[in-house]
Write a protein that binds this ligand. Structure first.
Ligand code: GDP
Ligand code: MN
Length: 393
């Protein structure tokens, strides 16, 4: 998941990457004014008012403004709140004590899908679009592949110094930039980031280097190692589907789509195949939920409840392949879930396969529950689910 700037700076700070003095979050003009009073009252000559959206190029879009008085800060907040930056409405501002800039550089660590490794990128030309620099003046952009041992031992100071030297950072800031790079690389590893980008990395009048901007993406597959990942979600910025949020909280994989057939399956591959057969039968999935390995009555009930609470769902296709979980347990799980759920208008089309599937189907047939239509194959189940959604619509 992508962090907004102020979160990225928090993450940098706790990993020893120098950032400007801490600022405040403001969601209203009044909060911005209160913050500006605090910051300007503390002896800082200016405050930067910065849009917190998950896209770059905020400066160019008018989403970053320097204010030298409380009144200017109020005007800046009024101008930036509600601004549309590349389709993202600004609802949150970061108010930061302004930094004095002598020069702007570029520094990042990122996962490189093509080479299946990590890359450190450094340039003396920062504060601008680095891809543009790379196109027009590739020699100005130093790229160094991280070697596997560095993922274990960290980046040595010697190597960091080589990188910033090769990028031609001025000699006065090389030592501190090398220290910063070692810390940035440490942050990237410790936080399971896939991107940690500083653009610009600034040189201050007293020759320090400071991360003036922060663009950080965290690997959600490593979320289990970071209990606080959910805390990074903030109101007004993460416009996630509320059901997706609920699913995540319950440890389920749920994705909202825009059709009308709810899809519930076990295992990512089977769920993907289910979406395909629904499409082949002329239907569209409203969502999909991967119930994972088990299919107990409890997990089935929780999953079904989630899928059914999407008002777009007109029928539900339950597609379970029994492996360790046996067919009869799945069937009992589905029936148990229905007992817990009470009445609902949608038909559930259930296809069971794999271990003891026949036994599971027999249990479903015998129960003859009015909401359940057992289907022997994936094809037939998909056709039934699409037809059922259509007649319910
Ligand atoms: P981006 O446009 O989304 O990448 O936002 P940045 O945080 O990188 O800010 C854009 C530009 O605004 C920077 O390159 C700086 O030139 C300028 N800027 C941001 N913060 C400050 C600050 O504290 N002081 C000064 N003087 N300029 C700033
Ligand atoms: Mn930037």
């Amino acid at each position: 998941m992508d962090l907004v700037e102020f979160q990225g700076k928090q993450l940098f700070a706790r990993n020893g990457v120098p950032v400007p003095p801490p600022g405040d979050i403001a969601r209203t003009v009044e909060e911005a004014v209160t913050s500006a009073e605090r910051i300007l009252g503390g002896g800082t000559s200016a405050v930067v008012v910065k849009a917190q959206v998950k896209v770059g190029g905020r400066g160019k879009a008018g989403g970053v403004r320097l204010a030298r008085s409380v009144e200017e800060a109020r005007e800046a907040a009024e101008a930036i709140l509600g601004l549309d930056i590349k389709g993202h409405e600004v609802r949150v501002l970061y108010m930061e004590p302004a930094s004095d800039i002598v020069e702007e550089y570029y520094l990042s660590v990122m996962h490189d899908r093509v080479n299946k490794g990590d890359l450190i990128i450094c340039s003396r030309q920062g504060g601008v679009d680095i891809e543009e620099v790379n196109r027009t003046d590739p020699d100005a952009v130093v790229k160094r592949q991280v070697v596997p041992s560095e993922r274990v031992d960290g980046l040595s100071r010697t190597v960091a110094l080589e990188i910033v030297t090769q990028a031609d950072l001025p000699v006065e800031v090389r030592e501190s930039a090398a220290d910063l790079l070692v810390a940035l690389f440490g942050a990237y590893l410790a936080e399971d980031a896939t991107l940690a980008e500083i653009n610009p990395l600034i040189r201050t009048p007293d020759d320090r280097v400071v991360a003036l901007d922060a663009k950080v993406s965290l690997d959600e597959n490593a979320a289990f190692r970071h209990g606080e990942l959910a805390e990074w979600r903030i109101d007004g910025i993460d416009g996630d589907d509320p059901l997706e949020t609920r699913a995540r909280e319950q440890g389920m994989q749920y994705v909202k789509l825009d059709g009308d057939v709810g899809v519930l399956g076990n295992g990512a591959g089977l769920v993907m195949a289910t979406l395909d057969v629904v499409a082949q039968n002329g239907g569209r999935a409203a969502n999909f939920l991967d119930v994972g390995g088990g299919a107990s009555a409890e997990s089935m009930a929780a999953s079904l409840k989630l899928v059914l609470s999407d008002p777009a769902v007109k029928s539900v296709f339950i597609n379970i392949f029994g492996g360790i979980t046996r067919g009869e347990d799945v069937a009992r799980g589905v029936l148990g879930a229905l007992e817990q759920l009470g009445e609902f208008p949608q038909q559930l089309i259930v296809r069971l396969d794999g271990t003891n599937a026949e036994e599971g189907r027999r249990i479903l047939e015998e129960a003859a529950h009015p909401s359940i239509i057992p289907a022997p194959t994936m094809q037939e189940a998909a056709a039934l689910a699409v037809a059922s959604a259509r007649s319910a619509a």
